[in-house]
Design a protein. Structure first.
Length: 118
């Protein structure tokens, strides 16, 4: 299950897959509102995990290679003690890169009041 805010709109998606990372990928790309059409041809080409430190507090680095229908390929990285967190970072960066590269419209700016509860 993924809860994200896209251009001020809260979206919740659920995905199933061959393991938790594939399910996370499916849920994340299932509904991005007005940006969904920009990522229809996005696919995960490769997924690599490397443990950067030893012991039970190990830090994990996830490197994702993504591709699109035009043959473009790019790499993104996530780092965290939690493999799902690291994967989420790399996946969202991959989607963000594709949106930027393909000229998706920028989200509306949201003014926030400063102070308590802002």
């Amino acid at each position: 299950t993924v809860k994200i805010v896209v251009d001020g709109e809260k979206l919740i998606s659920v995905g199933e897959g061959n393991g938790p990372i594939n399910a996370l990928d499916q849920a994340l790309r299932k509904d991005l509102g007005k940006y969904s059409s920009y990522i229809e041809d996005l696919r995960l080409a490769d997924f690599k995990v490397r443990i950067l430190t030893s012991g039970t507090e190990a830090v994990t680095r996830v490197m994702i290679e993504s591709a699109d229908g035009k043959g473009n390929r790019w790499f993104t990285v996530g780092v965290s003690p939690n493999i799902v967190d690291a994967s989420f970072q790399a996946l969202t960066d991959s989607i963000t890169w594709k949106l930027l590269r393909d000229g998706a419209p920028a989200p509306k700016t949201h003014n926030r009041k400063e102070g308590v509860g802002a």
